[in-house]
Design a protein around this ligand. Sequence first.
Ligand SMILES: [Cu+2]
Length: 479
Amino acid sequence: MKRQSIKIVLAVMALGFLLTACNNLEKKGGDSSALEEIKGEEVAVLTDAPNVPPPITRKHATRVIVNLEVIEKEMEMMDGVKYNFWTFGGSVPGKFIRVREGDFVEFHLKNNPNNKLPHNIDLHAVTGQGGGAAATFTAPGHETQFSFTALNPGLYIYHCATAPVGMHIANGMYGLILVEPKEGLPKVDKEFYVCQGDFYTKGAYGEGGLQQFNMDKALKEQPDYVVFNGKVGALTGDKALKAKVGETVRLFVGNGGPNLISSFHVIGEIFDNVYPEGGSALNHNVQTTLVPAGGSAITEFKCDVPATLILVDHSIFRAFNKGALGMLTVEGAENKSIYSGQQDDRIYQPEGGASQSMPEVVAAPAKPLTKDERLTQGKALYASTCQACHQADGKGIEGAFPTLAGSDYFASDPNKAIRAVTHGLSGKITVNGKVFDGVMPKQTLSDGQIASIITYVLNSFGNKGGEVNASDVAKQRKK
Ligand SMILES: [Cu+2]
C-alpha cells in the first residue's frame, strides 16, 4: 500500500515537471507542435542595404516565396579599389528578407549562368539540416528549392556555406533575414539595414586596382578592410543615413564576419533599446553592443538633437583606418538644454607653470627670440602638438594626414601654414597632388609658439627655410 502511494506521488510530480517544462518552451517560441494555419501566398519583397522591407501587418501565417539570385561581380571596396565580390542579389550585404513568425517559406536559390562557382545558403533562421545548405547546393545556371517554417522570431544572418566556407563569406556572401514576432515589432519612424564584414586583399588598405582575396591574411584574421555595407564610405557623405529630430530609428545590425566580432557603437547617441544578438531579450540604455561574427543585434534610439552620428566598430582602428565608419545625419531644431555645443574656448594656463612655458603671453614685452631659439622651441612644440598626426619626419600618414615635408600647400606662402594652425583646417585640400578631406582641429597656442613651430617646419623635413615672427601670426589670426 505504502509503496503504491509513493509511486503515485512521484508520477504526479514528474507530470507536473513535464508540464512546466513545456510551458516554458512555448514562451520562448520555437514550438513546432502547434504550427499556425497557412493562409494565402505572397512573394517576399527583398531590399538592398541600407533599405529594409516594410513591416509585416498580416495577422496570420502565409506561404512566402523568396527568390534570391547569386551574382559574382566586380565592384568597388573603396573608391579606386576593385574586388571580385560574390553576392546574394548583386550587392554586399545580400538582400534583406523579412518574414513573420509561423510563415512557411518557399526558398528558391538561383545561381546566375555567368558565375564560375557553385554556391548554397545557410539561413540561421532555419530549423533543419545545415540551415538549408545541402538542400540549396546550386551549380551555375541552376535553381534549387527547399522550404521551412520560421519557428523562432529574431534577426538572423544567412551566408553561403560552400567550401571553402570562409572564402565564400569573405567575398561578401551574407545578409540578414528578419523573422518578425507574431505581434510585430513596435512601430518606429525609420528602419535601416547595416551589416559589417571584414575583407582580406593582396595589397594593403587603399592599394588601388583589382585586388585578389588573400587566404593567408584571412587565416591570420588580419583584415585590410572592415566595412559597413560592403564598401568604405557606403554610409558617409551624401550616402549617410538620414533622420529628423524627434524620430525614432531602428538599426538592424548584422555581422557577416568571417572573423571579427563587432563592438557596434554610434558616436553621439545612446541606444534606448537593444535586442542583444537579435533575440527576444530587451536591454536598455546601452552604449556599445557586441555583434558576433555570424550574428546580429537590433538597436533603437530616439533622435533628440541635430547631429552627425557616427556608426563605428569601436575597436577603433577598424573605424578610422580600415573603413568601419558610417554616418546618420539628424536634422532639425537644436535643443540647447540637451546639448549646448561649445560654449567657450580660452587659453588655459595652470598657475605657476604658465610663465615658463608661454613667455610671450606674459604682459612684460619679452625679448624677441633668435632664430636658433625659435627652432629649439619649435622642435619641442612640434613634438608635443603636431607630431601625433603629421609624424616625426613630417611626412604624415597616407590618406589621413598630409605631409609637411616639401608640401606645395604652403611652399610659396607660409601664411597658409600659419592659418592652418590658428584657424584649423577642414574640407578638401590637395597636397602634392594628393587629395585630403580631413579635419585638423584649431590649435590653442600663443602667437610666439606658433611662430616657433612654423619656423621649425619651414627649416626641417627638407623644406626651403624661412622665419616667422609672433607679429606675422597675430596678423593671420585676424584673417
Ligand atoms: Cu558561395
